[in-house]
Design a protein around this ligand. Structure first.
Ligand code: SF4
Length: 506
């Protein structure tokens, strides 16, 4: 990739990255980006291994597959040569061009020759690109039949991911310039289901891709969510601090209403005396992580209390259900077989254990509840496990039973409890709140991306390396459970270390 050319990745999220990429060419990618690329490369390699392998004769029809190296200097030239040679499958193709004066470049993971000699671009994505639906209607080709078979109808709905659309739009543009684009301008995406390429009409993405490509880059940074994992943060943060940019306190669109009133700095927001938001801004300036909205905080109390946290790998499945009962941490884990019976067996074991603890409490006349922090993930994976494995794996409850549990008062979301009584100038995530409650993780600086990478190592790494990654994931998950318990106890004790909002303490 040539740094002065825009890639599809430059067109999504913060556009200031393209400015910083040119200003600081020596700043290399962060570890998380390297790991993300490794996951993408692993996905692409897996798909390539499922493609038809050359040379093959199918009856009297020759079949040619050319594997190109997209990082090679002459990759664009080799792509055009492969197209001119009429190869049936081309992997690692590269297109580059100039769109109204803006230089761009993209990799097309696979080009599939159509019967009329044009090509279908196919992208490999780590997203889930389609969802099965009885009412949906799409066309798909089996990965193993690309270049050999035709698309067939499947019952699924497309899930839109901007970057996949941009990659296809630029590949279609490249094929157009090579005189090899199909009349219908279709492309395809292979997502987490590596066996299927779903056809999409690329014309729907082209206008947005063109707008994004031709939009002038911003002249200043603004703090957004992705700054947390951006290699240029070390350059942007001092710029933002120097001008006291309000996005340092209110990232993304959250500052928009104040910008409209002409407030562009945090100090101006504090000085504007706009009520709670000005108090919260002052707390942020004073490094106070959490404030009380109420004088007396509380949290529900039960005789038997279990804290639960789930770990999943992308959309593929939940591999770890962790539970802390106040004394011991109980991990229910499988390091292989996500989406298969092994995952269902692991969930069934966890569910039986949890229900046994609940039933035992009832038999002893004790009250019982399970807690989590922000229940979306746990609810999603409990319901998804029931849908996928009930009736297939012994002991997996049906969806109705799970719904009854998660809507009962025996399932408590501590994030909702905290949010009703506290406010966090930097947010109320467990990572912000638990330290205020005096809790600290054994595995510091271990965030979402790290756990994805650690799971890959835990599942597929060499023995010693895999053991270390497993221990790390169990420690992290166990501490998430313990942190939830710590927040609950702290709220019950009144959360005294948090000043009361608007009390004049800040
Ligand atoms: S640190 Fe933030 S503002 Fe700067 S380039 Fe990265 S994402 Fe953009």
């Amino acid at each position: 990739m040539r740094s002065e050319r825009l890639t599809p990745g430059d067109l999504v999220g913060c556009r200031y990255r393209q400015v910083q990429r040119l200003r600081f060419p020596g700043i290399g990618p962060l570890e998380a980006s390297v790991q993300r690329k490794a996951r993408r490369d692993a996905g692409v390699a897996e798909v390539y291994s499922r493609l038809p392998i050359p040379p093959k004769k199918r009856g009297r029809v020759p079949f040619e597959r050319l594997d190109l190296d997209p990082d090679e200097e002459l990759a664009e030239f080799h792509t055009l040569e492969a197209i001119a040679a009429g190869a049936n499958l081309i992997t690692g193709a590269v297109f580059a061009g100039d769109w109204d004066g803006v230089a761009w470049e993209t990799v097309a993971d696979i080009l599939v020759r159509n019967p009329d000699g044009t090509y279908l671009p196919v992208m490999v994505s780590n997203h889930r690109v389609a969802r099965p639906s009885p009412h949906g209607q799409m066309q798909a080709i089996a990965t193993a039949r690309l270049g050999l078979g035709a698309a067939v109808p499947v019952k699924a709905n497309l899930r839109h991911h901007t970057i996949d659309g941009y990659r296809l739009a630029l590949a279609i543009r490249g094929l157009e310039e090579a005189g090899a684009v199909g009349v219908d301008k279709h492309g395809a995406v292979i997502g987490q289901d590596r066996d299927r390429a779903y056809l999409v009409d690329v014309t729907r993405y082209a206008p947005a891709a063109e707008r994004a490509l031709l939009a002038p880059p911003p002249t200043d940074p603004r703090r957004v969510k992705e700054c947390a994992n951006c290699r240029f943060w070390g350059e942007c943060e001092p710029e933002l601090q120097r001008i006291d940019e309000i996005s340092l306190f209110l990232p993304g669109d959250r500052a928009a209403p104040y910008r409209e009133r002409g407030i562009a700095t945090t100090q101006a927001l504090i000085d504007a005396h706009l009520g709670d938001i000005s108090h919260i801004a002052a707390a942020w300036r004073a490094d106070i992580p959490v404030l009380r909205r109420v004088r007396e905080t509380t949290a529900p109390r039960f005789d038997v209390e279990i804290d639960i946290d789930v770990e999943a790998y992308l959309d593929l499945g939940a591999y770890l259900w962790g539970a802390f009962d106040g004394h011991d941490y109980h991990p229910f884990v499988t390091w292989s077989g996500l989406g298969e019976a092994a995952e269902g067996v692991n969930f069934a074991t966890f569910w039986r254990w949890l229900m046994a603890r609940r039933d035992k409490a009832r038999q002893h006349g004790q009250t019982f509840a399970a807690f989590c922090y922000a229940s979306n993930g746990e609810n999603h994976w409990m319901l998804s496990s029931a849908r996928r494995f009930h009736g297939v794996v012994d002991g997996v409850p049906d969806e109705e039973e799970v719904r009854r549990f998660i809507s009962s008062d025996q399932w408590v979301d501590m994030f909702a409890v905290a949010r009703s009584q506290l406010v966090g100038p930097g947010g109320l995530g467990l990572k912000q709140l638990a330290p205020a409650a005096g809790f600290h993780w054994e595995e510091e600086d271990f965030a979402g991306e790290d756990s994805l990478h650690a799971f890959l190592v835990a599942a597929t790494g060499a023995e010693g390396e895999a053991e270390a990654a497993r221990a790390q994931l169990l420690s992290y998950n166990g501490d998430d459970c313990r942190a939830t318990a710590a927040v609950r106890h702290w709220l019950r004790q009144g959360a005294r270390s948090a000043p009361v909002l608007g009390s004049g303490a800040v």
